[in-house]
Design a protein around this ligand. Structure first.
Ligand SMILES: [Zn+2]
Length: 122
């Protein structure tokens, strides 16, 4: 099955574009094929992984690994409802996310890693 057919199958199954992007990333991860689709990896100056951009037949997708925010930044940068929806613990352990680049309107590339030195310098 080509990538395109694979995506179309997901859409036919009632998946949203974002769900299809997530499923596609997970499929690449299972098959060990991330590297062959990788366009660019963003890291903070201290090398923490911020985001990966991958090429697919249906456009560029962005993947952000799960991360934990410091308590201060967390309450400053997110809302109660956002936290309950997108974190693993309802607080500051943010889930991994995958989405199309054209949906990436609110994405910042600040380092989210609580233990990272870059935050304390910045
Ligand atoms: Zn960092």
């Amino acid at each position: 099955m080509s990538e395109n057919e694979w995506f179309l199958q997901l859409i036919r199954d009632g998946k949203s574009r974002t769900e299809a992007a997530e499923a596609f990333y997970q499929m690449l991860e299972r098959r060990g094929e991330i590297r062959s689709h990788l366009v660019v990896t963003y890291r903070c100056p201290h090398r923490c992984l911020l985001a990966q951009v991958l090429r697919t037949d249906r456009g560029l997708i962005v993947h952000r690994a799960r991360y934990k925010l410091s308590p201060g930044l967390n309450s400053q940068a997110s809302s109660e409802s956002g936290r309950s929806k997108n974190t693993e613990d309802g607080d500051r352990r943010w889930k991994a996310s995958t989405f199309y680049l054209d949906q990436a309107v609110n994405v910042t590339l600040d380092c989210p890693v609580a233990s990272c030195q870059y935050l304390r310098e910045g």
